[in-house]
Structures are given as C-alpha cells and as structure tokens.
Design a protein around this ligand. Structure first.
Ligand code: COA
Length: 158
C-alpha cells in the first residue's frame, strides 16, 4: 500500500491545498494530511481546529486521513510507514526552500522521497497568511477557501 504524507501548517487549509490533494490521491493509496506546528509561525487556528477544517473540506475525497504532529517530519513518516512526502509548488520562489527541505529530509531518512506537484494556476498566489489578511480587512475569500474555512475565518476575524 502506497502511503504519502502531506505536511504543512494548514492555518487554514485553502483551495490550493485541496487541489494538491485532489491530484495526488490519484497516485497514492492513502494520503495522511499532517498538521504540523511550525515554531516560526503564530497560528490563528488550534491544531485541533485545523484538523477539523481539513476533514470537513476533504469529505469528497476517499482515503484521506488527517492527523496532527509536532517534531521531526521523518519520524512521523516512519511511524506511518509512508514512502513519500507531498509538497505543492506554486511559483519558482517556492523551489529553493522546498529543495532544501526535500534534501534535508532525504539526508535524515534516505528511504523517503518528496513528490512535488504543480499548483493549479488559479491558486498560485494563494497562501494561508494572504487569506487571513484579506478576511481581516473585510475581503471576500469564498473562491479561495472551502466553505467550512470561510465560516471559521469569519468567526475568528470577521
Ligand atoms: N496552495 C496554497 N497555499 C500553499 C500551497 C498551495 N498549494 N502550498 C503552500 N502554501 C502556503 C501555505 O498556506 C503557507 O502559507 P503561510 O506561510 O501564509 O502560512 C506557505 O505556503 C507554506 O506553508 P506550509 O506548506 O504549510 O509549510 P510550512 O513552511 O509552514 O511548513 C513543514 C513546512 C511543516 C513541512 C516543515 O516545517 C516541517 O517539515 N516541519 C517539521 C520539522 C522538521 O522535520 N524539520 C526538518 C525538515 S527540513
């Protein structure tokens, strides 16, 4: 069984992330979306809230599991017996950071590979921070995030 982990802060999940999942679930038997606490970021949603929002937003997809993790990504990969890490690439600016991370993870756990997927061009400008800022300033983000996330953002920032 080919299992992949899609890690990220997902604070909150956006349509860009869902697009990556829709594409990669055709390649793997199961994808575990891993909500990871990024020590450099101050989150708006708690890890439990982020997990719940991802679950609500992926109901149309089969074989998606959602979990929470803090620590080293490769330890989680080993625990879950996954063979790959999924990452989305939006623009060339993502590449350098992603390449560094992929090489670091390969060094830490040589059996794992990172699979990069190009974002849909509709979402290359989307990030969780941009979405939060737009809502905070009264913008309509309904084309950029799942409905459950839009409601969650309204509750927190609207
Ligand atoms: N569509 C929309 N937005 C996207 C996206 C896509 N396809 N892909 C990335 N993004 C956005 C995210 O929303 C996020 O936006 P934000 O910065 O405004 O929050 C940004 O791009 C990048 O975030 P994310 O993909 O969540 O990665 P990250 O940098 O927060 O975290 C981890 C990367 C979690 C994978 C990494 O920190 C990690 O592995 N941590 C565990 C510790 C570890 O093992 N470290 C050693 C490995 S180097």
């Amino acid at each position: 069984m080919k299992v992949a982990v899609y890690p990220g802060s997902f604070d909150p999940v956006t349509n860009g992330h869902i697009d990556i999942l829709e594409k990669t679930i055709k390649i793997f038997d199961k994808i575990i979306v891993a909500v990871i606490h990024n020590v450099y970021k101050q989150p708006l949603f708690t890890p439990e809230e982020r997990v719940e929002l991802i679950k609500e937003s992926t109901q149309h997809l089969k074989n998606i599991e959602v979990g929470c993790f803090s620590g080293l990504l490769v330890d989680y990969i080993k625990e879950k017996k996954a063979c790959a890490i999924i990452r989305g690439l939006r623009t060339v600016t993502d590449f350098e950071y992603e390449m560094q991370m992929a090489m670091m993870n390969k060094e830490l756990f040589p059996e794992v590979d990172t699979v990069f997927v190009m974002s849909n061009s509709k979402y290359i400008f989307v990030s969780s921070s941009a979405v939060k800022e737009a809502v905070l300033l009264g913008g309509d983000v309904s084309t950029l995030v799942p409905e459950a996330v839009r409601r969650g953002l309204e509750r927190k920032l609207g």
